[in-house]
Write a protein that binds this ligand. Structure first.
Ligand SMILES: Cc1ncc(COP(=O)(O)O)c(C=O)c1O
Length: 219
């Protein structure tokens, strides 16, 4: 099997699925894409596989309903035989309580919105662009994200955690991500702009980042 994320959550970069599918075909491998961070974001909302036009080539797509969809639960999409097999063999599916009717209704509604409107999707990407541009202009290292996920790389672990605490004191929630989740010395603040953020909110975030960045000597 070739298993990969569609969008990598810590850097916001995107898997090169075209190359991955080519390798998988050469070695006759099953392809499996975890699109937890790609669904609702890539491919105009339909995910990373659709972004690359590989719907007929990728065997399994898995995603969560807790991120862009905003509820709870997850899904697996693939050929009918595989789905039938999972229904009788996938332990988390077999031995867990099913989701509540309320959650299912909210998911249906969210997917319906995603399928019939590009407004939220466009706003999400616009907000991501705006935040990235603002942080970069201030002199922060924002890595090489291809998606709205906007890491702000501080480096040293303790300093990153201190930065995150100071942000929270000033009303900005950006969790610090440090070793062993990311390599030593690449601690970062993980900014997740959403479609619900307004330009005023993002401007406020940038003001706070500037203040704390200078206070802690990061910029
Ligand atoms: C790549 C990836 N896959 C799967 C999951 C699991 O999603 P959930 O927490 O909704 O079960 C996550 C969540 O954090 C994730 O980042």
């Amino acid at each position: 099997m070739y298993i990969t994320d569609g969008v990598f959550s810590m850097d916001g970069d995107v898997a090169n699925l075209l190359e991955i599918v080519e390798i998988a075909e050469e070695y006759d491998l099953i392809t499996y894409v975890d699109d937890a961070h790609g669904s609702g974001v890539m491919g105009k909302g339909a995910g990373t596989v659709k972004h690359f036009g590989l719907q007929d080539k990728v065997d399994l797509q898995m995603g969560t309903l807790s991120k862009a969809v905003g509820v709870v639960g997850g899904y697996v999409a693939g050929k009918q035989e595989v789905i039938d097999w999972l229904k009788v063999r996938a332990r988390p599916f077999l031995f867990s309580t099913s989701m509540t009717p309320g959650a299912a209704a909210a998911i249906i509604q969210a997917v319906d919105i995603m399928m019939h409107s590009t407004k939220e999707h466009e706003q999400l990407w616009e907000n991501g662009r705006y935040l990235k541009e603002g942080l970069e202009t201030l002199g922060f290292n924002i890595g090489h994200s291809d998606t709205p996920i906007t890491p702000c790389i501080v480096g040293e672990e303790k300093l990153t955690q201190q930065f995150s605490r100071r942000l929270q004191e000033e009303g900005v929630y950006a969790k610090s991500i440090v070793f062993p989740t990311v390599p030593m010395g690449t601690g970062r603040l993980r900014n997740m702009p959403t479609a619900a953020h307004t330009k005023e909110m993002l401007d406020q975030v940038l003001l706070v980042y500037e203040k704390i960045g200078k206070e802690l000597g990061v910029i």
